[in-house]
Design a protein around this ligand. Structure first.
Ligand code: HPA
Length: 272
């Protein structure tokens, strides 16, 4: 079965279980999965029930697709994504995004937990991703190109839509806070970076660092979806503060900003 047929089978399986097709999808990062439960009238589909869907096994990633409404709009929320560091190849990481596009989603909001490389950021800040640097050593589009998904050499000049970034800023302003902006550097992980690597990332223009999002963003642009990326700066990156990094700190910060984060997503959806 071709990749395309597998993705189509998954999209068809989702369509069979919902009454309204979503135009907007949100991929929820570590500790940010609660937004899925905030949707009204949600239909929950554990990844294991969807054909060919790759499962995520990381703590803090529930592994389910919820289709429900927020402010009257039908939204698909993915709580849990699969990461390259789990051993999935980059093409598998692309699966969910491709299935959503075949389902009818045009706007994709990618969220993640990230380390703050820019020392003016503070823990708990929310950052709009203006651009990215792919240091994962992999690209989800490697291999034969299926033109049904997109072109062989897709343009990446504006991965993250300036229109959507403006909408995010407006939604934050209405809520009474300001969003940070910056460049997200993606590394494969799963080890956190060394302080030397963080100094290098700062030198090459990164503001935040993480282990996700970029493969999905590349796949989405290949399919000409409109992409918005938001990082929750859950911790300062290695070497910025005199302390070690710990996944429990990432989860604790994500939990602390949960309310603000959900309000921001709802505000953005209201403007789309
Ligand atoms: N580095 C990489 N990934 C992350 C970090 C970090 O400091 N925090 C959350 N995800």
């Amino acid at each position: 079965m071709s990749d395309y047929d597998q993705v189509k089978a998954a999209a068809d399986a989702i369509r069979a279980r919902i009454s309204d097709v979503p135009e907007i999808a949100i991929v929820l990062g570590s500790g940010l999965g609660d937004f899925a439960s905030a949707l009204d009238d949600g239909v929950t589909m554990p990844y294991g029930e969807l054909p060919h869907w790759p499962a995520s096994r990381v703590i803090g990633h529930a592994g389910k697709l919820v289709v429900g409404t927020s402010g009257g709009r039908t939204i698909a929320a993915l709580a849990g994504r699969c990461h390259l560091y789990e051993g999935h190849d980059a093409g598998r990481v692309a699966f969910a995004v491709r299935a959503l596009k075949l389902l009818g989603v045009q706007t994709l909001i990618l969220t993640n937990a990230a380390g703050g490389v820019n020392t003016t950021f503070s823990q708990g800040a929310l950052m709009v991703i203006d651009d990215h640097i792919n240091l994962m050593g992999q690209n989800p589009l490697v291999g034969d190109n299926d033109e049904r998904f997109g072109a062989r050499f897709p343009d990446m000049t504006e991965v993250y839509s300036s229109r959507l970034r403006g909408i995010a800023d407006g939604a934050a302003k209405t809520l009474g806070f300001q969003l940070a902006h910056g460049v997200y550097a993606a590394l494969m992980g799963p080890s956190y970076e060394t302080p030397a690597e963080i100094r290098y990332l700062r030198t090459i223009g990164a503001d935040a660092v993480g282990m996700s999002t970029v493969p999905e963003a590349i796949v989405a642009r290949h399919m000409k979806m409109d992409v918005l990326g938001i990082s929750c700066i859950t911790n300062m990156a290695a070497g910025v503060l005199p302390q070690a990094l710990d996944h429990s700190e990432v989860m604790a910060t994500a939990a602390r900003v949960r309310g603000q984060f959900i309000a921001l997503l709802e505000g953005i959806i209201g403007e789309l």
